[in-house]
Design a binder for this molecule. Sequence first.
Ligand code: ZN
Length: 422
Amino acid sequence: MRHFMEQAFPLCRSITGNGVRHTLELIAEQLGDVELQRFEVPTGTPVLDWTVPNEWNLVRATLDGPNGPVLDSNDSNLHVVSYSMPVDRTMDLEELRPHLYSLPDQPTAIPYRTSYYRETWGFCLTHEQLEQLEPGDYQVKIDSRLEPGHLTYGEVVLPGVSADELLFTTHICHPSMANDNLSGIAALTEIARLLHTAPGAAERHHTIRILFIPGTIGSITWLARNQENLGKIKAGLVLAGAGDPSPPTFKRSRRSTTRIDLLMERLVAEDGGEIIDYYPYGYDERQFCSPGFDMAVGRLSRSIHGTYPEYHTSLDDLDFICDDTLADTVGLVMRAVDALEHEPRYENQVARGEPQLGRRGLYGAVGGAVNAQSVEMALLWLLSYSDGEYSLVDIARHSEVDIDSLQVAATALVDAGLLKAV
Ligand code: ZN
């Protein structure tokens, strides 16, 4: 994963353009015999409430001042505001100043700035550099192309024996920054490779769908093009910020108690991590969880974006990545897939309402070695949550009823014909 990140780090990615295409080529190389399908969606295509924008490609951007060269995008692609329009002009410092971005509180960091939907241009530089600029003439040369083209994304499908799907996605639109989000791309590429080669992969129940998409406009484009198939997706995770040194964070889906929520709460808690509620900001989970879709999709990260000083700056470089936490993120997703595949699940056979347990001798009659009261609670929790999605372990954690009681209750309910193993 580190080797992949070293190769992909210098590429000038944005929401469209050749940086994304080159990144997908590197992912495809890493995937070996797993096929990465690539899609090109033309500029102007309506997607939900949005429109696919012009494609942006940067050749090179330089800023030269009265004392010689100041900035060069070849040193860091963060120096150019992403989606800067072409410029070739001389201007004085006062005219230039509104186009310069720095971080006074972090004087050695270059900020990351974008202007996807407003045509403008700009340079990002360290505050130290900014303070050294002297009055005089500056030559602004941004050799970029902002014109009709395509939005590019990649998709991997690992077929399972059923139509039920698990969705994993990550954003591929950030230029030279490591945690946000080369770490997510590297982790998801590795997950695809591992799932493809895992023992029993051919008998996997779920079809695994993996997306490498530009943030926001990419997920909106994908959702717009795949609306008929979304019902197949039983659970999903957005992966982002997967390799900084912090413990994992799971952000719940908007529905907050879906199968992936209960499962990840458990796995992330076991891993010493933190669980946070849904909020309509962040990464692409806010598209997958928007009201019309409201999918069972949560987000797995390490630190929460925006809460660490390296976030969206040149300090988010490869040294910021911790190999152990990146590997741990991959491990969490692999354990999640394993649990989604193998933990016992049941389906309530009574279509509506609570079945009459007393009539079947289930109330107060089951127990023996285990606490009878807890088995009675277990019966109710199982009937309430056995929709074929939640596993016995999910229900145990959510209900705080012990797993032994749940197992006794499950057997009794199966014997009574009220539950069916899925
Ligand atoms: Zn970001």
